[in-house]
Design a protein around this ligand. Structure first.
Ligand SMILES: [Zn+2]
Length: 541
């Protein structure tokens, strides 16, 4: 019996604008895929030799073929929950508190008494009333159900009386400013940071709800050409196994790099990181579909809340305190331990006070124990030139979120004044040779990489058109690099993915246009036509 493996490709893309994102930024016309690997990339003539009788040939007709997008910071489980099992109250679609309450009343009518009602997505500054909803308003529409209504950033949320009781919440239990009270000392229902993340542990989800969430987010990612994600947090040790089940069952197809972090707050995070490090497990464990990522700590609040820990007062309200969750000593201790165990570390740091804490902690760790590392800072919202220099010197990478400008450029200008010129400063990172990858931080903003690319170029508020930090705009090729190969770099996987080169994993995306030729203003309307992961076409528009 004569049997052999075909010498031809399974799929050939040709007649396109193939942005390889290789070291020389080569643009070519065609690519061939065999199995799960890229077999050839080059001009039409070179690649067409790979076409055999069984090869699927896809005529790109001039469209762009790119490495699959790598979202270097998003929350797959949380985005999925919003899509599948949580009431969506985003302020574009539900612009009034009355509208939110109507949705919750409807849910209460359909939900058995005593069962949690979960809603999310409001942004108080975009609500007509210009304030957070209250516990009393929630009590009025859902007196018999515990209710969680989180703000779009998930760093804050409003809870009704039954929910506060379920969590045994009191102002004394948390740091000042985290449990909000009125002038009579009565809780308004608004919980911030640690008090809010603590409540994540009280609100329960079933396995079916988790799996439905993962599927919903996976579908969304495929629809937008995202082939790998760094999952920046979910519910720690109890969901990490669920992610693996979902991958094995084909519910999640995108490659995952989950950070070692716990969404239930600081105490749980420290516990979980220590548990893991104490096993003696080495960093990098996993495979190309699921690899355990950096150790992550959450250092401060959010940029739009605003609750980020800033060195100077907020520009719009000098009395507003940012929230720094770890002391320098606490951050030093955990960073040092992870570094000494051979793990890479990252953090959520938005305000410059928080960024400085992380830079200090990494500096101490690498000074005490110099070794090659891939430590990074996620968000790295505010900084000055001095911090940028230190980030470069310490060889720290950054995961930035220019897409935030799309939602918040106007608010940032109000909150941070001239500091927006060093906010998510992509141009400065390029000038200093700092490796920067991009993430949507979805569900904070939408997963669509086109919004991230557009915002890296324009830094513009989608509603008012206000531009924040004109001087930090960058060009499209640099932005594409940040959303592909640099995303691979910050998860230590640049050898296997992130560019279209022979021998790499066949993760790629066909866009609806040639994005190097359309006016950049039109980037946001570009769609994903085909998404391929591991050589398989998983989405066609
Ligand atoms: Zn995040």
């Amino acid at each position: 019996m004569n049997k052999s493996i075909s010498m031809y490709a399974d799929v050939v893309f040709h007649n396109g604008s193939v942005i390889t994102v290789d070291n020389s930024d080569n643009i070519c016309q065609a690519a061939a895929v065999k199995g799960n690997i890229i077999a050839a990339v080059g001009d039409n003539e070179f690649v067409e030799k790979w076409i055999g009788p069984e090869t699927e040939v896809i005529d790109l007709k001039g469209r762009t073929l790119l490495p699959g997008f790598i979202d270097a910071h998003m929350h797959l489980g949380m985005r999925g929950q919003n899509a599948a099992v949580i009431i969506d109250c985003n302020s574009d679609d539900v612009p009034t508190i009355g509208g939110i309450m109507e949705k919750i009343r409807e849910a209460a009518e359909k939900t058995p008494k005593g069962t949690w009602i979960k809603a999310t997505g409001y942004e108080q500054s975009k609500l007509k009333e210009g304030r957070h909803p209250t516990r009393d308003e929630l009590d009025e529409v859902a007196p018999n159900h515990p209710v969680q209504l989180t703000r779009c950033c998930l760093h804050m949320g409003v809870y009704n009386t039954l929910a506060l009781e379920a969590g045994e919440i009191s102002p004394e239990k948390f740091a000042p400013g985290e449990v909000i009270v009125d002038e009579n000392g009565r809780m308004t229902g608004l919980l911030k940071e640690t008090a809010c993340t603590y409540m994540w542990d009280i609100v329960k989800y079933t396995r079916e709800e988790y799996m439905a969430s993962f599927k919903a987010c996976n579908d969304l990612l495929l629809e937008h050409g995202v082939t790998s994600v760094c999952d920046a947090s979910f519910f720690g040790e109890q969901t990490i196994g669920l992610y693996q089940d979902a991958i094995n069952e084909g519910i999640i197809n995108v490659r995952m790099y989950p950070l070692v972090y716990h969404a239930y707050g600081k105490a749980k995070t420290i516990w979980w990181i220590n548990q893991l490090l104490d096993t003696g497990l080495k960093a990098g464990i996993g495979d190309e579909f699921f690899r355990l990522g950096h150790v992550k700590i959450l250092l401060d609040g959010s940029s739009s809340g605003p609750s980020a820990a800033t060195r100077e007062p907020y520009s719009h309200d000098p009395d507003l305190e940012g929230i720094l969750i770890y002391t320098q000593e606490e951050a030093d201790e955990i960073v040092m331990k992870a570094h000494n165990c051979g793990w890479n570390v990252t953090c959520h740091a938005v305000g410059d006070k928080a960024v400085e804490v992380m830079v200090n902690a990494i500096e101490k760790a690498v000074t005490a124990n110099p070794r090659l590392h891939r430590h990074r800072i996620d968000h790295c919202g505010l900084q000055d030139i001095e911090l940028i220099r230190r980030i470069k010197e310490l060889n720290i990478s950054v995961v930035s979120n220019p897409g935030f400008f799309h939602e918040n450029a106007e608010a940032y200008t109000k909150y941070y004044g001239d500091r927006v010129n060093y906010m998510f400063p992509l141009k400065s990172y390029l000038e200093h040779g700092i490796t920067v990858a991009l993430g949507s931080d979805s569900p904070v903003i939408e997963v669509d990489p086109m919004i991230g690319l557009y915002s890296a170029l324009f830094r513009e508020d989608k509603r008012s058109g206000v531009v924040a930090g004109e001087c930090q705009k960058i060009g499209l090729m640099d932005a594409i690099r940040m959303y592909t190969i640099n995303g691979a770099y910050v998860s230590c996987e640049e050898d296997i993915k992130g560019s279209l080169e022979a021998g790499k994993l066949a993760d790629m995306v066909v866009l609806s246009e040639n994005i190097l030729e359309i006016p950049p203003e039109n980037l946001k309307s570009v769609k994903t036509d085909i998404t391929m992961i591991d050589g398989k076409i998983l989405y066609r528009r």
